[in-house]
Design a protein around this ligand. Structure first.
Ligand code: BGC
Length: 723
């Protein structure tokens, strides 16, 4: 029995993982403990390999100690699936946020967890819950939206599903909401806004039992997140009681060896870098201690012990990878995520849904209609075996109809309907993987790799040349080509796309526009000219089928926006993609527009359905530690549909905070001409505000607004008094 197996047996027998891990650390040499402070990847050899797609070839390993039998961590990114090898590609997180379906998100988490085990990973890196502070953020698609409650519930659901199989990592802690400047920007957030707006969703995922937290690249209130005692030690570990693993973001996520160790960052990823180079000096000067190092290593091994003893030991199920079950899930998510933004009558009836039987010809336009366009091509890129494009989805769904990709708008003339697929690709928005020649970063680069480790790593790669991994064709049409990504430079569609829409709708008024994007697109130049608009997202490998399902009404249009679509970028907070400093005041998204009395083009929570909805009797009951809202949801139409009941809360006496802040939601399916009563439980703590280090539920009158979106004029207000 190896020491690792003995530790596992102890934990299985009921010993605390932390104590078993501490016993293991006592058996480790100083060199082994020191190596466990960083990932296992030799820096330069690893970097060279990553540059050629290596990030998508194998999990990143850390804390492997062969002498003691410790298998170590094996990390794989997300969130739209498993990035290593070939996997099911789900719609991006922002699309999933638009489903408002937590059960679906949990099932996606399970599917990802099952697929992760087939590539030997035990740590998922894809629970990204940064708040969408501004739609220009290049990585907007990796999170779920602009509202802390909504984002937190989705992060918790993904974590629940994933952790039935492997550990999950929530990232990027904290306030990481801009991309190009991520290595340089210091974000200033006052205590109240920090705890009420930028941290609650992380806390929610921690409460769900997430195993690992990844720190952010940026600095927050004057300290780099990877070495911030305020964040890691005071908030995460002390206030929230997090006992799990804390890892850095990859390369340049740590600036100072001692500071990061002392703050409680357990692992610098993905390989020996700042900590390795700086450790001897830090120990010699007394800036850090072996006790602090051992605390890090103990937490890392404890997380691994917990995971190994809790999750299944059955053989990985390779048949599940992009198998029928996971494809069906990807299609369900794609269809449920589509948000119907506009559906005006043409010839007396709303243009959508289309009646398949009455369609003879459909003209499809747009550069991305017939091209796989799955989103970011940085760390979240997933390589599915195939992708159903919008065109393919429509062709498959309409076997009796001529569905043709057209380039000249004139071709719209003779068709029953025109569908224009416009929007962005990974070249317009995504993780920024360009070169940063910043001297402060260059100074962090380590010396040469350990030759033995580099040689061993290179030998592993060489042995894998027969791998079946084949990078997919990117949106630019070039196999394996990756975009440098980054923050958007505009919130509008390209002039080419806007001109295409105008030209097509001028020829055929029966025009539907499908917008592919990871967050809000300003549509003022054209939205009033077209009768039907859907937000399509980067909708995953089954996205084309999901689009056809919704356009043809095989399923209701049930997506709801997880963010605000403004009419004007000036209604948003400032955004400077090369900023070195930024101030977040807690007023963004729908809160900001409501405060400043700007109507949104499409408000947070909004989305049309193919049926008609109304709220019937709606009440609230007060209990000692929670409230119960009962809402009657009436489907007034003649077809089944799905709606999302949203509960917002505010205290009118408090003008320093939003009048309506989401505190609960429930997605509900209702048959035609029927009603259902939804019961929603809201803890009183959802109404608490931060004062100094404490949370307080102020006495006074609160208004709970129960409605169908954040600016719903038909919403029901319920008044409660807190003594
Ligand atoms: C990204 C992380 C990712 C990591 C590993 C970083 O550049 O910011 O989100 O998990 O790389 O690929």
């Amino acid at each position: 029995m190896t020491p690792w197996e003995r530790a596992l047996a102890d934990v299985t027998a009921g010993h605390a993982p932390h104590a078993a891990a501490a016993a293991l650390v006592l058996l480790m040499t100083p060199e082994e403990r020191r190596r466990c402070l960083s990932g296992d990847l030799p820096f330069w050899a690893g970097l060279a390999h990553m540059a050629t797609g290596g990030i998508h070839r194998r999990p990143f390993r850390a804390a492997t100690v062969p002498r003691l039998g410790i298998p170590g961590l094996a990390f794989s990114d997300g969130p739209r699936g498993v990035v290593v090898g070939t996997a099911t590609c789900f719609p991006v997180s922002m699309a999933r946020g638009a489903t408002w379906d937590l059960d679906l998100e949990e099932r996606i988490g399970e599917a990802i967890g099952i697929e992760l085990r087939t590539v030997g990973a035990n740590l998922f890196g894809g629970v990204c819950v940064n708040i969408l502070h501004h739609p220009a953020w290049g990585r907007a698609q990796e999170t779920y939206g602009e509202d802390p409650h909504h984002v937190g519930e989705f992060g918790a659901a993904l974590t629940r599903g994933v952790q039935r199989h492997v550990m999950a990592t929530v990232k990027h802690f904290a306030a990481n909401s801009m991309e190009n400047a991520r290595f340089q920007v210091d974000v200033t957030i006052a205590n109240q806004a920090l705890h009420e707006v930028y941290l609650p969703h992380f806390k929610r995922v921690v409460q769900e039992g997430v195993a690992c937290v990844m720190t952010a690249y940026n600095s927050l209130n004057g300290e780099w997140c990877g070495q911030s005692p305020a964040l890691i030690s005071d908030v995460l570990r002390t206030e929230w009681g997090f006992e799990g693993l804390v890892i850095s973001d990859w390369i340049f996520g740590v600036r100072d060896a001692a500071a990061s160790i002392n703050a409680g960052l357990d692992l610098e990823m993905p390989g020996p870098m700042v900590r390795h180079a700086g450790l001897d000096a830090a120990l010699a000067s007394g800036d850090t201690t072996w006790a602090a190092i051992d605390a890090c290593v103990t937490r890392t091994l404890a997380a691994l012990l917990r995971q190994t003893t809790r999750t299944p030991s059955t053989a990985p199920d390779h048949s599940a990878v992009a198998g029928p079950g996971h494809r069906a899930l990807a299609r369900e998510a794609a269809a449920k995520s589509i948000v119907l933004l506009r559906n005006e009558p043409i010839d007396g009836a709303p243009l959508l849904p289309l009646a398949a039987a009455s369609l003879t010809s459909v003209a499809v336009f747009g550069a991305w209609a017939a091209m796989p366009n799955l989103g970011d091509s940085g760390s979240s890129d997933v390589n599915p075996p195939d992708v159903v494009t919008p065109l393919e989805g429509l062709v498959a769904a309409l076997p009796q109809t001529t569905v043709v990709l057209q380039s000249a708008p004139a071709a719209a003339a003779g068709s029953d309907v025109a569908i224009v697929v416009v929007g962005y690709t990974s070249a317009d928005e995504g993780e920024y993987v360009g070169y940063h020649p910043h001297p402060a970063l260059t100074a962090l680069l380590p010396g040469a790799d350990d030759p033995d480790e580099a040689a061993a790593f290179t030998a592993v790669i060489a042995a894998e040349t027969t791998s079946t991994f084949a990078p997919r064709v990117g949106p630019e049409g070039i196999p394996g080509r990756r975009s440098v990504g980054g923050d958007r430079t505009s919130l509008r569609l390209s002039p080419t796309d806007e001109a295409l829409i105008a030209a097509v709708v001028a020829i055929n008024p029966r025009t539907i526009v499908a917008v592919v994007a990871g967050s809000a697109v300003i549509m003022e130049a054209w939205r009033h000219q077209v009768p039907a608009i859907v937000q399509l997202w980067y909708s995953g490998m089954e996205g084309g089928h999901g689009l056809a399902d919704v356009l043809l009404g095989r399923t209701d249009a049930s997506g709801r926006l997880p963010f605000t679509v403004p009419t004007d970028a000036r209604h948003l907070p400032p955004f400077d993609r090369s900023a070195t400093t930024a101030v977040y005041d807690g007023w963004h998204g729908y809160w900001r527009l409501a405060r400043d009395r700007h109507a949104a083009a499409y408000p947070f929570g909004f989305g049309l359905s193919y049926t008609a909805w109304a709220l019937g009797p709606t009440t609230v009951d007060e209990h000692e530690d929670h409230l119960v809202v009962q809402a009657t949801v009436r489907n007034l139409g003649s077809r089944e549909g799905a709606d999302v009941v949203q509960v917002y809360a505010g205290r009118p006496a408090d003008a320093t905070r939003p009048a309506r802040r989401l505190v609960a939601f429930a997605r509900v399916s209702v048959p035609a001409h029927r009603e259902t009563v939804v019961e929603i439980r809201i803890p009183w703590s959802a109404l608490a505000v931060r004062q100094g280090d404490a949370w307080l539920i102020a006495a006074g009158t609160y208004v709970l607004t129960v409605g169908r979106h954040s600016a719903d004029l038909d919403a029901v207000d319920l008044i409660i008094d807190r003594p």
